[in-house]
Ligand binder design. Structure first.
Ligand code: 5AD
Ligand code: SF4
Length: 377
């Protein structure tokens, strides 16, 4: 049978990936998800790592056509958490043994903001005795800024390419957004020594199955260590919604495509970290569990204070808006145990892929990689 042959192959071709993305029958999809879970168990294990995410500000200078907190959406109540509030949340993450955290906000590039983030990274490292791993998700910045934050102790960076199709990228962003600049940022992050995470939105208006397959090939070509990709979810106060035809159809198609992408990516990049993203749960109440069963191994519990969650809505129907961090902790622990996975507390949870990559690089360059980044925690 064609499906079995593909699922057991070592090197899948672009056509194989298109075939898998086009599967429709329930039993075949089940087979794909089960195979991906099997591979996950053999490579990264039946384990889930937490990244507590603090969405500390919704102020943004950009105007991405899909995003609810885009600069020109004047219905949004803008906020920035105080340093004290952010450190309190970071301390909660540390005390609850999450191992790693993500600082995310809308994009800003002014000096005051850069200093604000620098102080945060420095102080979070200090309050956790260097133990909490810090991932930043703060958009496009200069190489100097990336370097500064890295030197202060941030060691992973998430910057989604959004789509690897340049034309599609142009169609979902205003003219002043630049695809080449985004790629340059990813390159700079890698050169500095960050573990680089990227990802795409799945099911954008105009996006095809071929585009999504090319996105996965882009991740592979770029030797990416971690992926956070999720369905494109409508936000009514954004321009992109004008291009959506049947909204209900888009929701179910995007959810199905997203699960398939997680599973297929696990087949072709067995040892990377793949997040079960929150947007999945905006479309299906057990979306994140299904993604764990299809090969994902990372969860990002929201640790943002409930007072601010309402105002950080990039897309409609964002889950967990009324929850406290402790509610999310309990709820996600239940969800993970329902899948049969185990949560690993107190470790950074870097992907085996990352360690293989730097080992290879060390050999290649004959150089010593910064031990901080190679450390297990
Ligand atoms: N649907 C899904 N994901 C979205 N993002 C922004 N808006 C949406 C949306 N409407 C994602 C983008 C961005 C990340 C922070 O959130 O991929 O990189
Ligand atoms: Fe700003 Fe990011 Fe939203 Fe774009 S996706 S508008 S950069 S918060």
């Amino acid at each position: 049978m064609k499906l079995e042959r593909i699922l057991n192959k070592d090197n899948l071709t672009r056509d194989d990936l298109i075939y898998l993305m086009s599967l429709k029958k329930e039993e075949k999809l089940e087979r794909l998800y089960n195979r991906a879970y099997e591979i996950k168990s053999e490579t990264v294990g039946q384990k889930v790592y937490f990244r507590g995410i603090i969405e500390f500000s919704n102020k943004c200078i950009k105007n991405c056509n899909y995003c609810g907190i885009r600069h020109d959406n004047n219905k949004v109540n803008r906020f920035t958490m105080s340093e004290e509030e952010i450190l309190e949340s970071a301390n909660w993450i540390y005390k609850n043994n999450y191992g790693s955290m993500v600082l995310q906000s809308g994009e800003r590039t002014d000096d005051e903001y850069i200093e604000f983030v620098s102080d945060l990274v420095d102080k979070i490292k200090e309050l956790s005795n260097g133990e909490v791993g810090i991932t930043l998700s703060l958009g496009e910045q200069t190489k100097e800024t990336y370097q500064k934050w890295f030197d202060l102790g941030a060691h992973r960076y998430l910057l989604r390419i959004e789509t690897s199709n340049e034309e599609l990228y142009r169609s979902i962003h205003p003219n002043d957004h630049d695809f080449q600049k985004r790629k340059e940022c990813l390159k700079n992050l890698r050169e500095i020594g960050y573990q680089v995470g990227t990802g795409v939105m799945i099911g954008l208006p105009g996006q095809t199955v071929e585009d999504l397959v090319d996105d996965m090939l882009f991740f592979k070509e770029n030797n990416i260590d971690m992926i956070g990709m999720g369905p494109y979810v409508i936000h009514e106060d954004t321009p992109l919604v004008q291009k959506v035809g049947d909204k209900e159809k888009l929701r179910s198609r995007n959810f199905e495509w997203s699960l398939k992408m997680v599973a297929i990516l696990r087949l072709i990049m067995p040892d990377i970290n793949i997040a079960a993203t929150t947007a999945l749960q905006a479309l299906n109440s057990i979306g994140r569990e299904l993604a764990l069963q299809a090969g994902a191994n990372i969860l990002m519990p929201i640790v943002t204070h409930p007072n601010y969650r309402q105002d950080y809505q990039l897309y409609e129907n964002k889950p967990c808006i009324d929850e406290k961090p402790s509610d999310c902790k309990k709820c996600l622990a239940n969800r993970v145990s329902n899948v049969g996975d185990e949560i690993v507390y107190g470790e950074w949870g870097d992907s085996p892929h990352y360690f293989r990559r730097i080992e290879g690089k060390e050999k290649e360059l004959g150089s010593k990689i910064d031990s901080r980044n190679a450390a297990g925690r």
